[in-house]
Design a protein. Structure first.
Length: 105
């Protein structure tokens, strides 16, 4: 699972295996073995990968299917991937409305 996700994330970002290897401080062959599921990155590498591609380690290792940001907190709202800019604008408008209601009380 991690191999397929790594390859997809790397390609989506337009990074070659050689560039990715340099970022991780490993050989091109190591990256290839990750992507072919012959070996897994160590925990430090997983954290670096999560930060590089802005995904959670949970997503990276296959615990969840939604590529949530690694940098989230209780103030972060996850929206479905099929939401477009208009949907997100509507959510922001609703949050503004709720803030207004809270102030009004």
């Amino acid at each position: 699972m991690i191999g397929e996700r790594l390859q997809e994330l790397r390609k989506d970002k337009g990074i070659s295996q050689a560039e990715f290897a340099k970022i991780l401080g490993v050989s091109h062959y190591t990256v290839s073995s990750y992507e072919c599921n012959r070996s897994d990155p160590d925990d430090n590498a997983k954290i670096l990968i999560a930060k590089l591609f802005d995904v959670s380690v949970d997503y990276l290792i296959g615990l969840i299917d939604e590529p949530l940001s690694y940098n989230r907190n209780r103030m972060t709202i996850s929206v479905p991937q099929n939401f477009d800019d208009n949907d997100i604008a509507n959510i922001k408008d609703y949050v503004s409305f709720l803030e207004f209601q809270k102030i009004k009380k």
